[in-house]
Design a protein around this ligand. Structure first.
Ligand SMILES: C[S@@+](CC[C@H](N)C(=O)[O-])C[C@H]1O[C@@H](n2cnc3c(N)ncnc32)[C@H](O)[C@@H]1O
Length: 255
């Protein structure tokens, strides 16, 4: 992928939804079209970052010291290495040149962090490159937050390749936009993203839950973002909503 400010870019659109400044007019125009169809996206993306922080803290408490964050996105507040702390090694993977440039500029001097130009659709290559910094014979947490809805083909083989290579005791944390809440909105959103740097694919809850097959889900299972081990149960946007942005954390069992 090459840098082009005139093509709406999914990392920069996400930055715009989050209220960031790393975006261009083409990104903002496309994001505004999506917001006309799904106005609750800014809440969802903030909740997604909240889930990221809670999941990484949970994983550190489980003794995880190696993180592979695929589809890391433009650096923002509470990036994985900041939440995980200096005792953890982190590999950030993305296929977007702007994301890679920003991440390198910010993190070049950090010995515990590596940035890899990689595509989640080539999971074996991602693992090989990540293995140069992480010890894959020991548990690793693979994070795939808000990325697999940018994979058009069935993402299960990607997840299977990644998890089968991991040591028992490894974890996967995943989040994925879910179209159960507003199925009629999916075609319009997909159309906006057709002209973007990556295409969006709407999925329903059974397809997202199936991504955890073969792994042991930790409590509370696959739920809407704010419901995952919330540290502020009073703040529960869209309480009792049908699935709109599902997430979960699961552990690879010993077999
Ligand atoms: C919506 S952002 C999510 C960022 C972060 N994971 C989060 O949840 O806050 C999606 C990221 O996935 C990256 N991405 C999309 N398709 C990808 C692919 N095939 N391989 C690697 N990264 C990809 C985009 O460049 C973008 O940075």
């Amino acid at each position: 992928m090459s840098f082009d400010p005139n093509i709406p870019n999914v990392a920069r659109m996400y930055d715009y939804y989050l209220g960031g400044k790393d975006n261009f007019p083409a990104d903002r125009a496309a994001a505004e079209k999506v917001l006309e169809i799904v106005p609750h996206i800014p809440v969802g993306v903030r909740e997604n970052r909240g889930f990221l922080g809670r999941a990484v803290r949970f994983l550190r408490a489980q003794g995880i010291t190696q993180f592979l964050d695929i589809g890391a996105g433009l650096p923002t507040r509470e990036n994985v290495h900041q939440v995980a702390g200096d005792a953890a090694k982190v590999v950030y993977v993305d296929n977007d040149p702007q994301v890679l440039a920003h991440a390198r500029a910010l993190l070049e001097d950090s010995p515990q962090v590596r940035i890899i130009d990689g595509d989640v659709r080539e999971p074996a290559r991602v693992l090989a490159d990540a293995g140069e910094h992480l010890d894959l014979s020991q548990p690793v947490a693979v994070l795939m937050l808000a990325i697999l809805h940018f994979v058009q083909d069935d993402p299960r083989p990607i997840v299977a390749t990644l998890t089968s290579a991991l040591a028992p005791g490894s974890f996967m944390a995943l989040s994925h936009v879910c179209s159960d809440v507003q199925p009629e909105a999916a075609p319009g959103v997909e159309r906006v993203y057709q002209g973007a740097s990556a295409q969006f694919t709407a999925r329903r809850s059974p397809e997202i839950i199936a991504l955890f097959d073969g792994l042991d889900l930790v409590e509370p299972g696959v739920v809407n973002l704010p419901e995952w081990r919330s540290d502020n149960p009073d703040f529960m946007p869209f309480r009792d909503s049908p699935p709109y942005f599902l997430c979960g954390v699961a552990r690879k069992p010993a077999r």
